[in-house]
Design a protein around this ligand. Structure first.
Ligand code: ZN
Length: 194
């Protein structure tokens, strides 16, 4: 099911995610819905916070992007990134492996807003998948960038927190307008369904 993606100004985006104690049927359904919602929005990643569920869980799929490469290493061997997609990561631990690089980023909760963000180029990931099995890999490039962006989401951190002060200042009027729009929508009484 395609879910509504909440926008900047929605309180769920600032809520640190609760760890997932057991990968239940409800969690598996949420994983499927996150994937469906992300694909429908043509995004490369989506966190549970972005559909209003503050949990330590996100999905990533970089197959749709051809101009920004990803690298993948499983058990010390190079692997083909699409072979791991789509990714569902539950209770992930993400460890930076090397120096930071700067590149453009967007976010489905911030429509039409893009900025350069600096993050480590590659990371090591330990998590559970949607079947509750441990997964462990190293990755770089776009995949590492997407994973770090989503890892921030599940801790209530947003990409605007990582922008340079100058970029943030420049985008502030757009951010304020988006936040005000979201808050106005939340304040409006919901139509009754019959
Ligand atoms: Zn995002």
């Amino acid at each position: 099911m395609v879910l509504e993606i909440v926008k900047y100004g929605h309180p769920a985006l600032r809520q640190p995610g609760a760890p997932i104690a057991a990968v239940t049927e409800d969690i598996r359904r949420l994983a499927e819905d996150l994937l469906e919602t992300m694909h429908a929005a043509q995004g490369v990643g989506l966190a549970a916070q972005q559909v209003g569920r503050p949990l330590q869980m996100f999905v990533v799929d970089v197959r749709g992007v051809t101009d920004r490469p990803s690298t993948l290493e499983i058990a010390g061997q190079p692997a083909d990134p699409p072979s791991l997609m789509p990714l569902v990561l539950i209770n992930p631990k993400v460890t930076p492996l090397n120096d930071a690089v700067t590149g453009p980023e967007g976010c489905l909760s911030f429509p039409e807003i893009y900025a350069d963000i600096t993050r480590p180029e590659s990371v090591e990931v330990h998590a559970l998948n949607e079947r509750g099995q441990p997964v462990h890999f190293r990755c770089g490039g776009l995949l590492a960038k997407a994973i770090q962006h989503e890892q921030d989401h599940i801790r209530g951190i947003l990409f605007i927190d990582r922008m340079s002060a100058a970029t943030r200042r420049q985008l502030q009027p757009e951010l304020d307008a988006l936040q005000a729009r979201t808050k106005a929508e939340l304040a409006r009484p919901k139509a009754q369904a019959h």
